[in-house]
Design a protein around this ligand. Structure first.
Ligand SMILES: Cc1ncc(COP(=O)(O)O)c(C=O)c1O
Length: 471
């Protein structure tokens, strides 16, 4: 149990015996047994949590959740309005690739219109738990010593918010890729958290650079706490589209294990793989995740519906081991109470109507569509920007990461040359771990704009780059 004064006397602990993996064999053992992963299980999670997080009386909400999840509980305690106030009688959904109309009424309609509890609608949470088991080869979520959970969040951004609150205090440090999702920097500044970008290549963070930073931390970062976590985007990294392979992941995992870092695996593109390994139905499945090799229980995984289903619904889901889950989901409860029940039920009805095979077919169709869109944009680079830019060919995700040749600072390029034409590209500085850094990079999104519009944009960009070249 954790209370404000128990930090030193009552550590949150697991021990090596927690690794008594006795049920089905799972992937997290695979690399360990082959000797590729050197295990260093976390024995004390306490130093990872922020002071504010440790001061939560979370125990109460955990007890309450367990109590409320029993059948036939009557609560005179909740601050609920009268159900007679609820305005909706019925909701009808017309879902793509599903012939029947879906009607929401009864228990689910009541759920939409009242409060619920943190993890989310139990049927949706169960569905996602099964999805995670299957995708990451995890053991049953109740396996003794290896318990894990899923909690719904306000998108991946909401998950990051809760993770930051749960883990970081002023002067704490986090390691990131040297170009990374800009949302992370937004958290670091107000939390007073120091971030350090690690050099990358097309396979992601370079392990020897990661090790160098950690080994020399004290010497070069006086006054700053040793990093608690590595934040990493493993598939079609945002923005660089770097793609981690399994060998690179193992090397990084082992370094995190050696230096006892948590790994925050933020993976919005897992269902947007456009290359590599396929399942028997021809759907790209990508490499195993950090979660799936997590013998030490140091990975906090973030997924989101935003990039492969709908972004406006603002739903994501966080998967992690019990102790981490309990502390982080307390942050979800304390900040937003729970995600929108309307969003939860709509997503649940869509997934339920498709079933898991229907969901995988949907993912496969989306991948095929995205391959066409990516290839179309690639043809535009070839047609209009040959010799004016350098770019990679993304194996997943939504983005091309592009170096503008002859441009020192893409900010100036975008504001001076593209804004007047009502055109926007995402400037590299937004992703750079070195703030206010001049960079010639920009990010092009290939998923969203129709082909005819894309072509018009390329004409504008070509003209602008030629003007700079002729200067
Ligand atoms: C790596 C990464 N994390 C988080 C997010 C935020 O996603 P969400 O819409 O689920 O909040 C994004 C969106 O671009 C992203 O690329």
């Amino acid at each position: 149990m954790i209370s404000p004064n128990t930090k030193s006397t009552s550590p949150i602990q697991t021990n090596i015996n927690d690794l008594n993996i006795n049920e089905e064999k799972n992937k997290e053992l695979k690399y360990y047994e082959k000797g590729e992963i050197i295990s260093n299980p976390i024995t004390n999670y306490q130093p990872f949590f922020s002071v504010r997080n440790i001061s939560f009386g979370f125990q109460e909400s955990v007890r309450l959740k367990a109590f409320l999840s029993q059948k036939d509980v009557i609560s005179l305690g909740a601050g609920e309005p009268s159900p007679e106030f609820f305005p909706l009688n019925e909701i009808k959904l017309n879902v793509k690739n599903f012939e029947k109309e879906i009607v929401i009424n009864g228990e689910e309609l009541h759920y939409i219109q009242s409060y619920s509890i943190v993890p989310g609608y139990y049927k949706l949470v169960k569905w996602l738990t099964n999805l995670q088991r299957e995708t990451h080869g995890l053991q049953n979520e109740n396996t003794p010593g290896r318990e894990w959970n899923v909690v719904l969040t306000h998108g991946a951004q909401g998950a990051l918010d809760c993770i930051f609150k749960a883990l970081f205090d002023r002067n704490d440090s986090i390691l990131t890729e040297n170009f990374t999702y800009g949302g992370v920097f937004g958290f670091c500044a107000p939390h007073g958290v120091n971030f350090e970008g690690i050099d990358m290549d097309e396979r992601g963070i370079i392990p020897k650079n990661l090790e160098k930073v950690l080994k020399n931390w004290k010497e070069f970062h006086k006054g700053l706490n040793f990093p608690k976590a590595l934040y990493i985007i493993p598939n079609a990294q945002n923005p660089t589209a770097a793609q981690y392979d399994i060998q690179r992941k193992i090397e990084i995992y082992n370094i995190c294990s050696k230096y006892n870092l948590l790994i925050i695996e933020d993976d919005p593109h897992i269902f947007l793989q456009l290359d590599g390994k396929k399942d028997i139905n021809g759907r790209f499945i990508g490499e195993e995740s950090f979660l799936s090799m997590d013998i030490d229980k140091r990975v906090i995984r973030i997924d989101t519906f935003s990039k492969f289903l709908t972004s406006g619904v603002r739903l994501g889901f966080l998967t992690t081991w019990n102790l981490l889950y309990r502390q982080i989901s307390a942050e979800v409860g304390n900040s937003i109470y729970h995600t929108s029940n309307l969003a939860q039920i709509v997503i649940w009805k869509i997934l339920e109507s498709w079933g898991i095979q229907g969901f995988y077919s949907y993912v496969k169709r989306n991948q095929q569509l995205m391959i066409k869109k990516r290839d179309f944009m690639k043809s535009m680079f070839e047609k209009y920007l040959n010799g004016l830019v350098e770019y990679n060919n993304p194996k997943g995700g939504l983005y091309f990461w592009v170096k503008l040749l002859g441009v020192e600072c893409s900010n100036t390029f975008v504001t001076e040359y593209l804004y007047p034409n009502k055109l926007l590209l995402c400037m590299g500085v937004n992703f750079s771990s070195i703030r206010n850094h001049k960079t010639p990079y920009v990010r092009f999104t290939f998923s969203f704009v129709p082909d005819e519009e894309v072509e018009k944009c390329f004409v504008i960009i070509k003209d602008a780059l030629l003007k700079i070249k002729d200067k």
